[in-house]
Ligand binder design. Sequence first.
Ligand code: SAH
Length: 214
Amino acid sequence: MNQDTTKHQGKRRQLVEVLKQKGISQAEVLKAIGDIPRHLFLDSSFVDHAYQDKAFPIGAEQTISQPYTVAFQSEQLQLKAGMKVLEIGTGSGYQTAVLCHMGAEVYSIERQHELFRTSLKRLPALGFKPKKLIFGDGYKGFPEQAPFDRIIVTAGAPAVPEALLDQMVVGGIMVIPVGEINQKMTIITRTSNTNFQKLVLGDFRFVPLLEDKN
Ligand code: SAH
């Protein structure tokens, strides 16, 4: 059932209301979540739950992030159309789709081959065109296309990877959950070549950002 029906659309409108109540207010973020068929990013066994504000397994022991988390990170990015964005942890590709919908030029890295392959097919099939999906280790970033206006990390990092700091433009923003078991959502702004400003927000729970196994 690879379809988007009025029933799904209705459930999405409800999800958007839930996110608004939880404090998400950026119109472009709410529009993306209202438009994108999240149920088509999940295993068919979870389809009925796709519009609950919950994380779900996507295979390879990974999860699709909770819609609130996706919305929160997307909002914190202060994204503008045309910006060059690096995402670490493509996973299901749902966050990638949100960034594409918001007009970003998206480069996204995934270290699990099965998930990488699935997103490579799924995103274009659903009409999303990231600039490039990369199979590799996000700890290294993507130097070929650096610097990036924005960087979003969707797995819990024990510490902020140095390579990612190096790959930000001056004035760029990185949104990264930092911590071992629970993570603090951390917003890093590059204020000059040598200076970074750090803002630490609330607690979240992500699967871990893992070191390279390739
Ligand atoms: N944005 C995704 C979140 C998936 S969970 C979604 O909404 O579906 C986090 C993802 O990060 C997992 O798919 C995991 O395999 C990936 N990941 C973990 N460590 C990584 C690394 N070092 N480089 C790239 N991807 C990584």
